[in-house]
Design a protein around this ligand. Structure first.
Ligand SMILES: Nc1ncnc2c1ncn2[C@@H]1O[C@H](COP(=O)(O)OP(=O)(O)OP(=O)(O)O)[C@@H](O)[C@H]1O
Length: 199
């Protein structure tokens, strides 16, 4: 295995973007990737679920067995991981470093529990944390409804979780270096862009 190019990893410190579902993370990241097509990348996650038709190992996911997954967990090889139902998912240190070694900045779109794990990882160098916040709960609800991707039950679940995430962001426990309120999209994008590009 090739040694890690530590200078590339240090130069291209990863960015963690988090925020409640519907805060606008995908919208802002889509703009960023469009404006800077060669600058960023997403890491490829590991999963214990089987590949779906058309999915290729190492492209959509690194498909691994439960034992392989557990081995990586035990080695602290994941910066964050979680199990949903029967399947586990994780972001490995190597997958993040692979992006940096290509000269790109790895963007990690991670939910709250994952953010805590990344911030507390024993060896992974601290990335920069950006929290995207909706202007308030009412606006968030409107946006989730007009996005029209979820059933009522899922929307209510997302709103409940959003409250928890926003409380966490306000608490002293949160690692965020920057909080951007996504009210006017152009303004929020510019603030996020500036933080991501200029620090
Ligand atoms: N500033 C804004 N003003 C109005 N609508 C917005 C704004 N930002 C995002 N939206 C809309 O709000 C909806 C939610 O945004 P988006 O899907 O980007 O959120 P997300 O944080 O990526 O959510 P998830 O975590 O569920 O993937 C989308 O329909 C998007 O077009």
């Amino acid at each position: 295995m090739a040694p890690t190019d530590t200078s590339a990893v240090e130069r291209n410190r990863a960015i963690v973007i988090s925020g409640p579902s519907g805060a606008g993370k995908s919208t802002i990241l889509a703009r960023l990737f469009k404006e800077y097509p060669d600058k960023f990348g997403f890491s490829i996650s590991h999963t214990t679920r089987g590949p779906r038709a058309g999915e290729q190992n190492g492209r959509e996911y690194h498909f691994v067995t439960k034992d392989q997954f557990k081995e990586l967990v035990d080695q602290k090889g994941f910066i964050e991981h979680a199990t949903f139902g029967d399947n586990s998912y994780g972001t490995s240190i190597k997958a993040v470093n692979d992006i940096a070694e290509k000269g790109r900045i790895c963007i990690l779109d991670i939910e709250m529990e994952g953010v805590k794990q990344v911030a507390n990882h024993p060896t992974f160098p601290r990335p920069r944390f950006l929290f995207l916040q909706p202007p308030n709960e009412e606006v968030l609800e409107q946006r989730l409804r007009s996005r029209a991707t979820d059933k009522e039950e899922a929307i209510l679940k997302r709103l409940k979780q959003a409250k928890i995430e926003m409380e966490f962001a306000k608490s002293g426990e949160a690692p965020h270096d920057k909080i951007v309120v996504n009210d006017d999209l152009d303004k929020a994008y510019e603030e996020a862009r500036k933080f991501i590009i200029e620090g």
